[in-house]
Design a protein around this ligand. Sequence first.
Ligand SMILES: C[S@@+](CC[C@H](N)C(=O)[O-])C[C@H]1O[C@@H](n2cnc3c(N)ncnc32)[C@H](O)[C@@H]1O
Length: 279
Amino acid sequence: MSANPTKYQLGHSDEEMKRLEYQAGVFRPLTERLLRAAGLRPGMRVLDVGCGVGDVSFLIAELVGPSGEVVGIDGAALPLEWARRRAREQGLSQVRFEHHDLASLPRERPFDAVVERLVLVHQGEPLRFIHQMGEHLRPGGVLVCHEFDFTQQPVAYPPMPLLEQVSDWLTRAVRGMALRAQLGRELAALLREAGLQVEGGQSAGVLGVDGEEDADSLRVFSAGIRALLPAIERLGITRAEDVGIDTLEQRLRDEARAANGLFVPFTMIGVWARRPAST
Ligand SMILES: C[S@@+](CC[C@H](N)C(=O)[O-])C[C@H]1O[C@@H](n2cnc3c(N)ncnc32)[C@H](O)[C@@H]1O
């Protein structure tokens, strides 16, 4: 392991692995659209940094096809066990998972594309991390980053006060944990600062119109609060009794049903940028 150890404040319990797997299903259409727009296509060789339980790697594997190659790396061993098992179950031969912190990943054959989702937010020095990702790109290769903007309020009409309250706790917890709360909106500036040529980006949320049928994003939202609850309490943001975590998801669903409008609990921002052909 390197001197720049893997940063992941939410740990690697089985419960956290399940949460990542479930939320990945909800984010999948957003990430797929981003990766297609960034130009991922059959035959490419792609690195997935901080692959966790493997969902982004599996998505990339579909886009690059059997003639392509995907390497998913993670600095933690447990998510990789999950990822390898899931790859075997899906019979995906173009994906392999390796235990590396990005900083200690050997620079061998460069990649056509490097992708990260929800990893940069955990890094103390995002610019340095972007530089490190860029070092694994061939000249002309593309870097894709997909992150939240935790400072963006949920969209809801009629208003959903509980959803707004929970979003406020989330934003304050993320800030209190010294994570970069508005990273999503900073992406283009950071990628340019790292010397990359920004080509495009997308901003998207998951819109619901019904508290039952469209409750996936609300479940992701309340699972995120569950994962952050220790930090929420430690930072004095609110008390566990006020969060009522075991009933939170149902109360959010009830609120959505009663509001009878539409809601978008969170927004993700993705940006892609190219390594200049001459470097
Ligand atoms: C929130 S999870 C995201 C997983 C996956 N990218 C997704 O979107 O489903 C963040 C993952 O990044 C890994 N990670 C964080 N810093 C890392 C680093 N410096 N090198 C490799 N992996 C890292 C963590 O171990 C964790 O599994």
